[in-house]
Design a protein around this ligand. Structure first.
Ligand code: NDP
Ligand code: 2IT
Length: 452
C-alpha cells in the first residue's frame, strides 16, 4: 500500500475519540478506493489533497436554548460542518436526532463532498444538525426549536455561502420554520435553504427526489450489469421516512412488489405488497408507529426490533430480488448481507447514507451482488436541491415533469460515470470504488486549480 495511505489510516488507529469511529469508517473506504488514482497521478500527493480532505474546513458548534410547552427551558447543541467548498457553496442537510454528535456530522459532511461532486453540479459539501429529538414534541415546540437554532445558524449561511436542507428529522415543516426565522432576522428572501414548502420557493419534486433517484439509479445499474429489470420483482425497503416512502412509491409505479418497510421500533412484512397510502397516513400525517399498520392489515406481520437476534435485522431476512436500505447508517450488517445472499437477492441500493457496514459491503461485492453505494445512489435529493437553488436564483418555477426528467438524466449520468470510472481503474462492476474515485478526482482537481 502507498505510504500516504498508510499514514492516513495510521491516524485513525491512534485516535481515541469514540464519536469519530463512524467518520473514520467513511474515510477509510474512500482512502482504500482511491489508491490506484494516487498511484497514477503524483499531483494528488504533491498538493497533499488527502491530508487536506481528511479535515473539514470549519466546524461551527453552538448552544440552542428554547422553551418547551411547559415553560421549561431546554438546551441543545447545534452544529454545522462546512466540509469543502471547492466546487461550489457548502451544501448538505440538517439532521435532528438525539444521536447527533460531531463525529456523525463529520462523516456525513465528508460523504456529501464526494456525493455532490458526482452530481456534476456546482455544490460543495456540508452537514449540520442538533441532538434535539423531535419525537413527541408539539408543533409549537418544533417551531420554537427551529427559531432558536436559526438565530445562531444564520450568521454562517447564505445563498452563495452555505445552503442547508433536510435529513433525518428535518422535512418541509422544519425547513419552513427555519426559513421563516432566517427571513425575520435578515429581512432577506434568499434561497438560503432547500426543501422549502412549494408555496415559498420550494422546488416541485424535492420531497420525492431522493427516493425516486434511488430507483432511477438502480434501473440504470441493472441495465448496465445486464440483470433483469425491477418490474414484477419482490423488493425490500427499510425505513419509513422521506427516502423510504418515495423509494417505495417509485418502485410501485414501475410495477415492482415492495413487501417491507421499517422504523426504529420494528419491521412490517406484507407479502401482498405494502399499502403505501396507509404508511403515509401513519408516518406523515400522524407521525405514529408502524405497529398501527397491522391494526388495518391483520394478515401482515409486525416484527419488533428487539425480537431479532445475532446482529441481524428482520427486514434483510425477507426473500427479495433487490434490497433498498433507506433508514440510517450501519443498518445492514454482515449477517444481513449473508441472509440476503442466501435468499437470492441480486442487488442492494443504498438510499440511506452508509447503511451497510464495511464487512457487509465487502461480502456483497465478493458475491458479485450489484451494489449501488449511497454517495452515488441517493444523490437525487441534493441534485434537486441544486435545481431549487437555480430556480430561486432566476425567480423561476419548473414543472414537476421538468424536474423529474432532469433528475432521471442526472441519476443515469452518475451511474454511467461511476461504472466507466470503475472500468478505467481496473475494478469493473465495483461501484464503490468507481464512485469514490470519480468523486475524489473532481474535488481534488478543483482544489489543485484553486491553489492552497
Ligand atoms: P426521516 O427522518 O424522514 O426518516 C428516517 C426513517 O428511518 C424513520 O422512519 C425512522 O424511524 C427510521 N429509522 C431511524 N433509525 C432507524 C433504525 N435504527 N432502524 C430502523 N429504522 C430507523 O429521514 P430520511 O428519510 O430523510 O433519511 C433516511 C436516510 O437517508 C438517512 O441516512 C439520511 O441521511 C439519508 N438521506 C436523506 C436525504 C433526504 O433528502 N432527506 C437525501 C439523501 C440521503 P422512526 O420513524 O421510528 O424515527
Ligand atoms: O444526504 C443528503 O444528500 C441530504 N440529506 C440532502 C442534502 C441536500 O442539500 O439536499
Amino acid at each position: 500500500m502507498l505510504d500516504i495511505i498508510e499514514n492516513e489510516l495510521d491516524k485513525f488507529t491512534h485516535s481515541n475519540c469514540a464519536d469519530d469511529m463512524i467518520f473514520f469508517q467513511a474515510m477509510r473506504e474512500v482512502i482504500v478506493s482511491i489508491a490506484p488514482l494516487l498511484e497514477s497521478d503524483v499531483r494528488y500527493k504533491r498538493f497533499a489533497i488527502l491530508d487536506r480532505l481528511t479535515i473539514p474546513e470549519r466546524i461551527i458548534k453552538f448552544k440552542v436554548t428554547w422553551m418547551d410547552d411547559n415553560q421549561n427551558i431546554q438546551v441543545n447543541t447545534g452544529y454545522r460542518v462546512q466540509y469543502n467548498n471547492s466546487l461550489g457553496p457548502y451544501k448538505g442537510g440538517l439532521r435532528f436526532h438525539p444521536t447527533v454528535n460531531e463525529g456523525i456530522l463529520k462523516f456525513l459532511g465528508f460523504e456529501q463532498v464526494f456525493k455532490n461532486a458526482l452530481t456534476g453540479l456546482p455544490i460543495g459539501g456540508a452537514k449540520g444538525g442538533s441532538d434535539f429529538d423531535p419525537k413527541g414534541k408539539s408543533d409549537f415546540e418544533i417551531m420554537k426549536f427551529c427559531s432558536a437554532f436559526m438565530s445562531e445558524l444564520h450568521k454562517y449561511i447564505g445563498p452563495r455561502i452555505d445552503v442547508p436542507a433536510g435529513d433525518i428529522g428535518v422535512g418541509a415543516r422544519e425547513i419552513g420554520y427555519l426559513f421563516g426565522e432566517y427571513k425575520k432576522i435578515t429581512s432577506s428572501y434568499d434561497g438560503v435553504l432547500t426543501g422549502k414548502p412549494f408555496i415559498f420557493g420550494g422546488s416541485l419534486m424535492r420531497p420525492e427526489a431522493t427516493g425516486y433517484g434511488v430507483v432511477y439509479f438502480t434501473q440504470a445499474m441493472l441495465e448496465l450489469e445486464k440483470k433483469e429489470p425491477l418490474q414484477g420483482k419482490i423488493c425490500t425497503v427499510s425505513g419509513a421516512g422521506n427516502v423510504a416512502i418515495y423509494t417505495i412509491e417509485k418502485l410501485q409505479m414501475i410495477g415492482a412488489v415492495v413487501v417491507s418497510c421499517s422504523d426504529s421500533e420494528g419491521t412490517i412484512y406484507d407479502c401482498r405488497g405494502i399499502d403505501l397510502k396507509l404508511i403515509k397516513e401513519i408516518k406523515f400525517a400522524k407521525r405514529g408507529s408502524l405497529k398501527e399498520y397491522v391494526d388495518v392489515h391483520i394478515e401482515a406481520k409486525y416484527i419488533p426490533v428487539a425480537s431479532y437476534p445475532d446482529g441481524g435485522h428482520a427486514v434483510w431476512n425477507i426473500p427479495c430480488y433487490a434490497a433498498f436500505p433507506c433508514a440510517t447508517q450501519n443498518e445492514l450488517t454482515k449477517v444481513d448481507a449473508q441472509n440476503l445472499i442466501n435468499n437470492g437477492c441480486i442487488s442492494v441500493s443504498e438510499g440511506a447514507n452508509m447503511p451497510s457496514t464495511p464487512e457487509a459491503a465487502e461480502l456483497l461485492l465478493s458475491q458479485k451482488i450489484c451494489f449501488a453505494p449511497a454517495k452515488a445512489c441517493n444523490a437525487g435529493g441534493v441534485s434537486v436541491s441544486e435545481f431549487e437553488m437555480s430556480q430561486n436564483a432566476s425567480m423561476q418555477k419548473w414543472s414537476f415533469e421538468q424536474v423529474d426528467q432532469k433528475l432521471k438524466e442526472t441519476m443515469q449520468q452518475i451511474c454511467k460515470r461511476v461504472a466507466l470510472t470503475a472500468r478505467d481503474y481496473g475494478v469493473e462492476g465495483n461501484y464503490i470504488d468507481g464512485a469514490n474515485i470519480a468523486g475524489f478526482k473532481r474535488v481534488a482537481d478543483a482544489m489543485i486549480a484553486e491553489g492552497i
